[in-house]
Structures are given as structure tokens and as C-alpha cells.
Write a protein that binds this ligand. Structure first.
Ligand code: MG
Length: 367
């Protein structure tokens, strides 16, 4: 297909936004004008031939070149002058329309585009940190005996508040608790995964049944708190006596959330509902959910077929999923170690499930 035929095919509606233009001017006047035209025509023919050769060597998408020679009139104080104008425009069109093509790097790669439309939801205990922040404070600050005594008498959320009351009565301060939390180990692969996902443009959130003070203290100490746009968890505050308090995420005095899968103080599935409602108005979004516990099963059931769930292998969420896989619409990718979490998460961010679906759909149609 020659260049003129190609240009006729590239109707305006098929053009994309990127257009570059270059102009070369050749002064034209008197008898030199015809000579200039001949020189430029020879130059254009040579350039066409060169581009055709390049095109044969590079069959990827998607540039089209067009050339024209015209005359530009300029009205000046000293009268009218003219110059010949050689225009070369480079227009991007769909690959299927082009037989003349060069690779383009102007648009973001698909991975970056998808990363900007990805919400990564992390559980906290046994997901971001390997252990449990509540248990760390209990064991490291000498509350194991009282915890074992009360553990079957109080809901978990109330039990943790009672533990903090005990610490206060023993003269332990909020600073003491902070120092205890700062000692929480965090896998370097998970820190790297958080920073990389954030750098790629993903929106990172935490959805946890721990509490805000523990989570913020640990993440700030590890230097990754700023990577997260939102933390949905049990609220905490320091009261007028200097005692750290923990409250339930859902107000227990109001109407119960009604979810039989989740504890009374927090239904993570309701948080997923809110996220899905908020992102549905802002274009294509997908969720990557990472968790381990029983409380992560309810939100997992609400994920769609373009979403991913990353259950920690052999933990309760993983067992729920494998107990009845047909209930899960999201793609499941299990992990065990921080290294696996980092590798799998970054791979999923780099995956376009919608594109994959289109490709697989086309393949099935052609079969
Ligand atoms: Mg957990």
C-alpha cells in the first residue's frame, strides 16, 4: 500500500491525539522557485522510500507520515512575500489501519495505566506484619495472664481496651506502648512491595480489625505510613487521663451491621461495599485484596471477576476459599512469605484482567 492510499484510509475519526509537525521552509522567488520545487520533490520521494523500508523492518504500531508542499503568503509592511513550505506530519492511528508503522513510546504502558486504576487493600495483622499487633502488646508488656483469664468473657475489641486499662493502672504510658510497637518486625519484601505499588500509582488502603494507634505507629516507624491513602480500622484515642482507648469500628449501640460472617465491631464487607460504590463512578477500577483471617472472607466474597484476592496460604481465609472455590468471583493468588507477597502483588499490578479477557475472548471466538 503506498502512502497516498494509506492517508485516504486514515480518516479523522480513527486518529489519536498525538500529532507532531515539522516544517522546513524554502525561500521561493523568481526563477529559483521551480528549481526549489524540483529539489523538494526529489527529497520527498527519497524520504517516502526510506520510510517504506523502515516500516518493513518494524512491523509494530502505529505512525503515519504525510507530506505536503504549499505556499505561505505573508502580508508585511513592505508588501506581500511568499515562501514555500514543506510540511511533514506524523499522526498516530490504530495499528489495524496501518501498513506503515514505527513503535511509539508516548502513551503510558498498560501496566502503569492499570496501576492507576488499582486499589490495593491490605489486612494488617499477619498480612503486612507477620504477627498480631494486639498479641505483641499483650505478650511484650506482661498481660498474658490477665488476657487468658478474660479472653472468653469479652469480645475481642472490648478485651483489648481492657488490656490497655490494665497497662494504665500499672503506670505504663502511651510512650511505653509506642516503644513496644516500634519493635514489631516488618519483612523487607513487604516494605518494598508497599513502596513499589505506591510508586506505580496504585491506591493503597488498610482494612483491619486492629486499631488505628497500633497501625499508624508501626507503619510510621517503618517509613511507609505515607503510602496509604486510608485506614479503616477500630478508632483509638488518648483520654484525659493519658490512657489509650480503643473503640469499635461500628457503633455497637446502633443497629447491628447484620453480617453473620464478621464480628460485631467490624464488618470488612461493608467497607468493600463503600469502596466499590465510590470507585464505580470514577471509571474502571479493580481491587487487589490481601488478607489472612476469618474477617477477610466476607470482603473476599464481594470482590468481582476483575479483582484479585491474595490469601495467606493455610491461614483461615485461604481455608475458607478452598472450602468452596465456586463462591469466589475474584482470581485467587496465594502467598506464604514476604518475598512471595512482593513478587505476586507486583505481577498482579502489572496484569490487565480486562485486556486478558478480551484477548482470551477473541481466541475462543477464533477457535
Ligand atoms: Mg489479619
Amino acid at each position: 500500500m503506498d502512502l497516498e492510499s494509506l492517508m485516504r484510509l486514515s480518516v479523522p475519526s480513527m486518529q489519536r491525539s498525538h500529532q507532531l509537525s515539522m516544517e522546513a521552509k524554502a525561500e521561493a522567488g523568481g526563477g529559483g522557485r521551480e528549481g526549489a520545487l524540483i529539489v523538494i520533490s526529489v527529497f520527498l520521494l527519497s524520504l517516502k522510500a526510506l520510510i517504506s523500508i523502515v516500516h518493513l523492518a518494524l512491523p509494530n504500531d502505529s505512525l503515519i507520515f504525510s507530506f505536503s508542499v504549499g505556499e505561505r503568503m505573508t502580508m508585511g509592511r513592505n508588501g506581500t512575500s511568499s515562501c514555500m513550505v514543506l510540511s511533514c506530519s506524523i499522526t498516530r492511528i490504530y495499528p489495524s489501519m496501518v501498513s506503515l508503522s514505527l513503535p511509539l513510546r508516548e502513551n503510558p504502558a498498560p501496566a502503569l495505566w492499570m496501576a492507576g486504576n488499582t486499589v490495593v487493600l491490605f489486612d494488617f495483622d499477619r498480612t503486612i506484619i507477620d504477627g498480631d499487633s494486639d498479641n505483641r502488646v499483650i505478650t511484650e508488656m506482661g498481660l498474658t495472664s490477665l488476657f487468658n483469664k478474660l479472653r472468653f468473657n469479652l469480645p475481642w475489641n472490648s478485651l483489648m481496651d481492657r488490656m490497655l486499662e490494665e497497662l494504665h493502672s500499672q503506670g505504663k504510658t502511651v510512650e511505653d506502648i509506642t516503644e513496644c510497637l516500634k519493635g514489631t518486625p516488618l519483612d523487607q519484601h513487604i516494605i518494598a512491595a508497599i513502596k513499589a505499588a505506591h510508586a506505580l500509582g496504585c491506591e493503597l488502603r488498610i482494612i483491619s480489625d486492629a486499631n488505628l494507634f497500633y497501625i499508624e505507629t508501626i507503619l510510621e516507624h517503618q517509613g511507609v505510613l505515607g503510602c496509604f491513602s486510608r485506614i479503616d480500622t477500630n478508632p483509638s484515642f488518648v483520654d484525659e487521663e493519658g490512657r489509650l482507648r480503643i473503640l469499635p469500628f461500628h457503633d455497637l449501640s446502633s443497629t447491628p451491621h447484620g453480617c453473620k460472617l464478621c464480628p460485631p465491631n467490624m464488618c470488612k464487607g461493608l467497607v468493600i461495599d463503600q469502596i466499590q460504590a465510590s470507585v464505580s463512578d470514577s471509571g474502571v477500577k479493580r481491587i487487589i485484596y490481601l488478607g489472612d483471617g476469618n474477617g477477610d472472607y466476607c470482603p473476599t466474597l464481594k470482590l468481582g471477576e476483575n479483582d484479585f484476592v491474595m490469601p495467606r496460604k493455610k491461614y483461615p481465609l485461604w481455608k475458607h476459599i478452598h472450602g468452596n472455590p465456586k463462591l469466589i468471583k475474584a482470581q485467587v493468588h496465594e502467598w506464604s512469605t514476604g518475598e512471595e507477597l512482593e513478587r505476586i502483588l507486583l505481577h498482579l499490578i502489572d496484569t490487565n484482567p480486562i485486556q486478558d479477557k478480551i484477548i482470551s475472548g477473541n481466541a475462543s471466538q477464533s477457535n
